[in-house]
Design a protein around this ligand. Sequence first.
Ligand code: FES
Length: 857
Amino acid sequence: MYSFTVNGQPVTCEEDKELMHFLRDDLRLTGTKDGCDSGACGACTVIINGRASKSCLFSLSKVDGKDVTTVEGISQRQKDVFAYAFAKTGAVQCGYCIPGFVVSAVGLLEKNPDPSEKDIRKGIRANICRCTGYVKIIEGIQLAAQMLREETPIPEEPAEGRLGDDFKRVDAVEKTLGTGIYVDDIVVPGMLHASAVRSAYPRAKILKINSEKALAHPDCEAVLTAADVPGNNKIGHLEFISDWDVMIPEGEITRYVGDAIVLVVSSNKDSLTEIKELVEIEYEVLEPLTSCEQAMAEDAPKIHEKGNVLSHEHLIRGNVEEKLNNSKYVVTEHYSVPINEHAFMEPECAIGQPEGDGVLLWSAGQSIYDEQRECARMLGLEKEKVHVQAKLVGGGFGGKEDMSVQHHASLAAYLLKKPVKVLLSRDESLMVHPKRHGMEMDFTTGCDEEGNLTAMKAVIYSDTGAYASLGGPVLQRACTHAAGPYKYKDIDIEGFAVYTNNPPAGAFRGFGVCQTAFAIECNLNLLAEKVGISPWEIRYKNAVEPGDVLPNGQVVSKNAALKESLLAVKDAYENADVAGISCFFKNSGIGVGLSDIGRCIVSVEDGKVHVRTSAACIGQGMQTVTTQIAVEALDIDPALIIAEQPDTARTPDSGTTTASRQSLFTGEATRRAAMQLRVDLDMGRTLESLEGQEYFGEYSAITDPLNSEKENPVSHAGYGYASEVVTLDEKGKLEKIYASYDMGQVINPRAAEGQIEGGIVMGLGYALTENFAMEDGFVKAKYATLGLMDASKVPPIDTSFVAAKDIHEGLAYGIKGVGELSTIPTAPAVAGAYHAFDGELRNVLPIVNTPYQKKKR
Ligand code: FES
C-alpha cells in the first residue's frame, strides 16, 4: 500500500504503478498530459515535494509519503495569474504542453520569485513545446512572476476583437489550466480499448494469423482482422488514391512497420499489450526498398500494383537550356534533406461509439469531413451515419491529416456496439503517421553578370514511403515553388514521388516547399558569390513585386510585399558580423484547379451569434480567427460571439486545415455569412428578433491546373511572403533571428508572432538538430532522440510585419495564411549563415560542423 498526498488530499493505492497514469486514470486529474510516457517532453510535469518532476518517471513506490501537486492543485491565485498572463502574452497555441509549463514555472517561482530570462529558459528546458518557439511562454512566465511578486490584481481589460487587435484566444484559459478536453481525457462508461498489432517487418508476406490464444485472454473482447471490415479495406486521404490498408489481410504483403495486421480489443487498457503478444503471425520476410533509387530500379518489386512511382511532375516554361547556355554564371549542386517528424505533443487518440445504426466519432484530426468520408466508406455506410465531433487537437502540423486511429476506433465501436478508445503510444505514433518527405534534389541556377536570374533546372526525387497520403500534392508544391519568389521565366522542374518501404510521407508544415526552398536559396548564395554581390542584394534584385510574373506564370497580386520584407531586414543583415538570409513565399489554399471551398453558418441562438465552421483548430487559433472576423463584419461585442467546435451535425464542410488556407477560405466564408446578418442588423433588427435565423457563407477559389495552357495561370488564391536573417556569434552559435512577414491583414498580431516564432524554431530544428532515425525500414527514433529544440537553445527572435499599400486587395479583408510560411526560410537562412561563417557550403540537412552538431558526415 502506497500513501501520499495529491493536491493536499491523502490518497492510497495497493498497486505500484506509474504516477502519471495513476493521476490521469485513477484520480481523473487530466491536466497532467501524457505526451511521450518516457520522460522526454515534460507535458506530465507535477511538483513532488516542492520540485518540478516528470510524473511518468515516478512509480507510486517512489512517491510514497510525499506531496504531489498537479496543475489542478496550484493555488487559485496562481491559477488566475497564469491564466491571465499566458492569455495576455499569447503563450498558448495547441495547449497540450501548457499545463506542464505552468507547473514547471510554479516550481521555479517558488524557489526564485524574480527569475532572469536565462533562469526561466533553464527552468523550463525539460518541457518541450512544438508550437510556440517558447518566446511567448517565457514572456508569460515573466509577467506571471511580476504579478505574483507585486500582488497585482487581475486587470479587467475590455476587448475590441476587431482585426489587428491582440484579442485573447478564446481557449487560452482552459488550455492553460488543463481543463480543456482532448480525446484521451475522456472516459465513457463501459468503454473498451483497442490497439493494433503492427508488422514486425517493413516488407513481409502475412502467411497466417492465429488469434486463438489472444481470444482466450479473459479481458479480450475481440481480435479483428481485414476480414471483419464491412466496407472497403482501403483508406486514403485523397479519395482518388485510396491505397492504405485498414489492416493487411492474410496472403498480402506489408509495406512498412506501421502496417496494422489485427486490431485487439480489450476491456482493460492495461492488458492490451499482453493480449497483443498472444496474437501469432507467421511472416515470409522480404527485402525492403528503403530509397527512391532502390524502388525505381528496373527489377524492383512493386510496392503497389500500379508500380513504385506515385506521381511524376514536369513543369516547363520558356527555354531553359538556351538561357543557361547564355548565362554568365551557372551553379549546379546536389541537395539532400531527410525524413522529418512532426512531433506534435498529443499522440493520436480517437473514441468511437455506437449512435443509432451508425457511429459517433470523437477525434482530434485536421478535417472531420475527411474522417467521416473515410470511415463511412470503410464501414460501408452512408456518410451521414458517421457523426464526427472534434475535441481539442494537441498539435498537428499536417501529421494529423491522414487517419491513424479514427478508422480503427470507428470499426471496433461499430462491430462491437460499444464505445472504444484507440490511443497510440508515442513510439507507435512515431512509427505510424506520415512524415515530411526526404528528398534528393539536383538544382542548376543561372544569372547574368549583374546577378539577374536567368533560368533554373531541377530534378527532385521524393521518398513518399509506403502509401500515397498527400505525396502527390506535396511533390506539386515542391515543384511549383522550386524556382523561388523571383522574376524570371525559364524553368524546367521535374519531380518524382516514389513509394518505398519507409513510413509514409505526407503533409508537414511547408508541404514540400521547405525542401526545395533550401536548394534554390543555397544556389542563390553561390551565384551572389560569383557575381560579387551580397546574398541580400541578389534577392532584392530578383524579388517579385506587384504586377511581376512568378516563375510559375502567376501574376503577382497587388497586395504582395516581398521587397518590403527584404528591406525590413536589410540593416540586420548588413550590420551583423556573420549572417545568413533567405526570403520565400507560400501559397494559401490548395489551388492548381482543385476544388477548394470554405463554408460557414452564422446563426442567432439564445441572443448570441454562433459561428459554425468545421475548420479544425490544430493550435493556430481558428475559433479566435473566426471570432475576430465576425466582430469586424458585425461590429458587435466579441462576448456575443460563440465560435463552435467542428461537428458534422452542426458545422458545414470547410475543408481540411492544410495549405495555410483556413484563415483565408473559412475566414472569407465567415465574412460572407456575417455580412448577411449585418444587413439585417443595419436595418434595425435586434439579435433577439433574429432568433433562429441562419446565414450561410461560402467561398470557392477558381484556380488553373498545373501546366495550364494559359499565359498567366492562377496557380493559387494567394501567397504570403517573408524574409528571415539569422546571425551567429563569434563561436558560431545562433545569436538572433530577424523575421519580416507579409501576411496581408494581420488578424491578431500577438497570435501571428506566435505562429511565426513557432515555425522558425521548427525550422531551426530542421536545419540543425532534428533527426528521425531509421535503419533498413525500421524506425529507431524515440521522442528523446528527435533533436527537438528546448527553450535554452532558442535565440531571441525579432518579428515584424510588412504590408503592401494595397493591403486590403483580395479576400477576407486581405488576410493571408502564415502557418506554413514561417518554417520555410529558416533552414536556408541558417545554412547561409554557416556558409558565411566558414565558407563551407552545407547542402545536406541537418547541417554539420556547427556547435549544434559537430560530427562530419
Ligand atoms: Fe506547446 Fe502546442 S502549445 S505544444
